[in-house]
Design a protein around this ligand. Structure first.
Ligand SMILES: Cc1cc2nc3c(=O)[nH]c(=O)nc-3n(C[C@H](O)[C@H](O)[C@H](O)COP(=O)(O)OP(=O)(O)OC[C@H]3O[C@@H](n4cnc5c(N)ncnc54)[C@H](O)[C@@H]3O)c2cc1C
Length: 498
């Protein structure tokens, strides 16, 4: 089958949705736009809130492994991309991060009005008091006791009914992802959405894709299963990381430099647990409402609250057999904390291909392992200050640290040498980079407005543009960058659009 449009967008997550929204006025004037999305079109009633049933909404069932198996990656494979199952925690990139990126024109002043407009559109606000469950309340009280700053995690919610299953897809539609906002608006305006459509290659303003059958219970698309060729005047790649770098690598476009696929960062994430003396209610309210930036500048990590479902929790517990079972039996007394590390952008950490499919080669930097040990000692301090009887963190000398032995100085028991790649549980939901922006075609893949060097009809608008890590949860910055990409499209409008 063949399709001809003015603009084709690959991927419907944070980046794709933000570009789509900017094109709406032109769509109203007759611009033909298609969105090609590898994932199915799930609607709210699909999201059963059952953990095992919902893992199919992610690439690799929610545990897509890095090449060495040391990190399990979470990326959405759905209309809405990862915003269909993100938590909606909303950060602006810190000014010092943007300055360190050093991309001409990409300044705090440039992003400020974009952030403001996006935050207003997505109804970003501090969590109301009744959203704060025990895990979050105790975290805040502990930070206050320790004298560490504890900030609100701002959330992009509207009419959230606090089911607490945000990462399994939102059954009430409260979370403001592109599945709820941008995609329905675009469809109403006449955009062609093709779900279950994996783009394999891009060449000469043409995308070569394969449409798969729609899984049971999802909305079917307009094309039958089989090959689909999409011709467009302008093509926007918003398949995320590793999706966009993998697509460009498969396409083999001449002239792109060796940076393609490289400089990937992931914010390695590690969960720690405290055991409270009696049952607490963490599965209601909102899972994440606070964080402390106390160690961001000094040691390179954030500590955020988190609370996950039983299987995800079991996966984050370091160990096996009776000890693991004994900890999981106390699930209803658990406090949990997520450490997010600021990882360096290194050329060796890269997306490559294995039989045409994306593969991520990534090694956790030794400095990050040191920072993780420090972060786990800080987490243990928080757990003990919150009143926990014991703490389980993966770099401790023993499975569980009791209050009596460790509360005075938990750091004595937590050491970087205890990190075992592939055994110490590490995950990531924030892959970034692989098509870094820049000025020079010798060191970057796109210019600061996402135009692929040497291919003016080809743009990138997703997390793969990041030249280095954002340090903070990235979706808002991805949308703000996509908004800049849309500026570039408008600037070149006469050249490409009817
Ligand atoms: C569980 C979870 C929780 C998160 N929570 C937060 C949070 O609270 N705050 C925050 O800031 N960030 C959060 N994130 C991260 C955030 O959602 C992502 O960083 C962001 O959505 C990435 O945007 P993107 O446009 O680059 O890619 P995505 O949103 O992932 O969209 C890319 C889309 O492209 C599709 N695609 C890939 N390859 C192809 C192909 N070849 N052909 C067609 N389509 C393709 C994918 O299926 C996907 O739908 C979370 C992520 C997850 C998974």
């Amino acid at each position: 089958m063949k399709l001809e449009v003015d603009v084709a967008i690959v991927g419907s997550g944070a980046g794709g949705g933000a570009v789509l929204d900017r094109l709406l006025p032109l769509i109203g004037q007759g611009l033909k736009v298609a969105v090609l999305e590898a994932g199915p079109y799930f609607t709210r009633d699909y999201f059963t809130q059952r953990e095992v049933e919902m893992m199919g909404i992610f690439w690799g069932n929610g545990a897509w492994p890095t090449a060495d198996g040391a990190i399990t990656m979470m990326m959405g494979k759905a209309v809405g991309g990862s915003t269909a199952m993100y938590t909606g925690v909303t950060f602006r990139a810190p000014d010092e991060v943007l300055l360190e990126w050093g991309i001409p024109g990409l300044t705090p002043e440039d992003l400020k009005p974009r952030y403001e407009a996006l935050e207003q559109a997505l109804n970003v606000h501090a969590p109301p008091a009744d959203f704060v469950n025990d895990n979050n309340r105790l975290f805040k009280e502990a930070c206050e006791k320790l004298g560490w700053p504890c900030e609100d995690l701002r959330l992009n919610l509207r009419d959230c009914d606090q089911n607490g299953y945000c990462n399994l897809g939102c059954v009430s539609g409260g979370k403001q992802g592109t599945l709820e906002l941008q995609i329905p608006r675009a469809i109403a305006a006449g955009v062609t959405l093709v779900p279950n459509c994996t783009v394999e290659r891009v060449q000469d303003r043409t995308l070569f894709a394969q449409v798969q059958p729609a899984p049971a219970g999802t909305q079917p698309g307009p094309y039958p299963p089989g090959p689909l060729e999409i011709k467009a005047r302008l093509i926007v790649l918003a398949a995320g990381c590793p999706g966009t770098p993998a697509l460009l690598l498969r396409s083999g476009l001449p002239g792109l430099c060796d940076a393609l696929g490289r400089y990937v960062t992931v914010h390695p994430a590690v969960t720690g647990f405290g055991i409270y003396p009696h049952p607490i209610k963490n599965y209601r309210g909102f899972p994440k409402t606070y964080y402390t930036p106390h160690f961001s500048k000094s040691h390179g990590y954030y500590i955020e609250t988190c609370f996950y479902y039983p299987f995800s929790t079991a996966k984050s517990v370091h160990g096996w057999g009776p000890e693991h079972r004994s900890l999981m039996r106390r699930y209803n007394r658990m406090l949990s904390i997520l450490v997010l590390l600021h990882d360096p952008a290194l050329p060796a950490n890269r997306v490559t291909l294995s039989r045409g499919q994306a593969k991520l080669i990534y090694r956790i930097h030794p400095d990050n392992i040191k920072a993780l040990a420090h972060a786990q000692a800080s987490s243990a301090e928080i757990f003990f200050a919150a009143g926990c009887d014991s703490v389980h963190v993966s770099l401790a000398d023993q499975f569980e640290l009791s209050r009596a032995e460790a509360a005075a100085d938990p750091g004595r028991f937590i050491r970087p040498e205890n990190f075992i790649p592939g055994t110490t549980p590490v995950s990531s939901a924030h892959p970034q980079g692989g098509c870094r922006m820049g000025i020079a075609p010798k060191t970057s893949i796109t210019d600061p407005l996402g135009r692929v060097h040497g291919y003016p009809w080809l743009r990138v608008a997703d997390s793969s543009l990041f030249p280095k890590s954002s340090h903070v949860n990235p979706y808002l910055t991805i949308m703000a960058l996509a908004d800049r990409v849309a500026d570039g499209i408008f600037a070149d409008r006469r050249e490409f659009l009817p």
